[in-house]
Design a protein. Sequence first.
Length: 365
Amino acid sequence: MTETSIIPVFFATDENYVPYLGVSLQSLIAHTAHNKQYEIYILHDSLSEHARKQLREFKQKNVNISFLKVSDHLQQYQSRLKNNLAFWNQPTYYRLALPLLTANYDKILYCDCDTVFLDDVARLYEQDIEDNYLLAVQDADHPYYIPERIEQMKTELKLADTSRYFNAGILVMNVALMRQNNLFDRFIELRETIKYLPYHDQDILNSACRDKIKYLSRRYNYQWHLDFFYNDPEAAKAYRRDIEPAIVHFTSHIKPWNEPKREFADKFWYYARQTPFYEEILFRSIAKQKLGIDYTEIAAATNRKDCLSLLRRYKFIAFFGLGSARKKYKQKAKPLKQLRRNPAAYAACKSKARLNDGLFLCLAA
C-alpha cells in the first residue's frame, strides 16, 4: 500500500471531550472511501481504559484507531522543554508536539474534536502542500479584531498582515519539513519569550509558520460561530455564500450539544445518535439547558480539590452576583455541594458511567 493511500488523522482529547470526539469520528467514518486506509491517532495524557475501549469500537476494515500518550513520548525531550514538561502535556498544546510524534509520516491531518465531517477527509489531505508548513483556513474573526489584539499580533507574533491569521482547528501539516527545520525548537522559544498568548498554541503556530502557509477554502474549516456571534447578518450571509462545508467546526464557547436549534447543529445530532455516547451527550445537554448545570465543568474536575475550588468560585459568584447570575450559579453549585458532603459520591465521579448516576441524584435533590 502506497503512502498516498494512507490518510493519517490526529485528534487530541481529554476524558471530558471523548463523547464529542466520538461524534466527530462517526461523521468522518461515514464519508470514508473503501480504497483508502484511515489511520486515526488520538493524542491524550490520561484517558481511562473505559474511554479507550469505547473509542476502539469505531475501528473498521479501513479505519484503525490508535492512542498516543503524549507524556510518554515527550520524556526524551525533557531537557529541551526545560522545566515545562507538565505544561506541554496540556491537550491544547499537543498540536505543537506533532512533528516529534509523527516520525513515520511526512504529512498529516490534525482536527479538533468539536467538528463534523460532511465530505471525505482524503480530499483535503491529498491537496498539494508544496514547500509549506501548513494548509490552513483563515480565521473567520479577522474583521472583528480589536485594536489591542491587532497590535499584539503585529508586535508579539510578528504578523505584518493580521488578516492572514489562521484558525488551527483543521490543519494539514508538513511534519517532515517541520522536523527538517527544527520547528519544534522554535515553538519552545516562542512559548518562553512571548508574554501574552491569548490563543495559546494557535498563536504560536501562526507566528512560527507565518511565511509558509497555503490557505484553503473555508469549506474545509467552516467556523460556525460567524453565523450568530457578532450580530452581523450581512457578514454571516457573505461567509455562507456559495459554500458547501466539508468540515463544520463548532468554534466559540457555543456548541451544538447546548444549542441544538442553530444551523448545522442538526448535523452534529444526526451523527451523535449513531454513537454509543448519544445518551450521555443528551443528558449533558438537558442538564445544561434545563437546570443551568454545566456537566462538562464538573466532569473536568479531576480530583476533589478541583471540585472544591469550582464550588468556591460558584458560591462567590452566587453571593455577589445580581439577578439571573446569582440564581444561575446557585444552581450550578448544587451538584458540587453533594460531592463535598459525600466523598463516596466524588469517588463515583472517577467512573463516567457512575458519574451520570451521581449527577442524576444531584439533580433530583
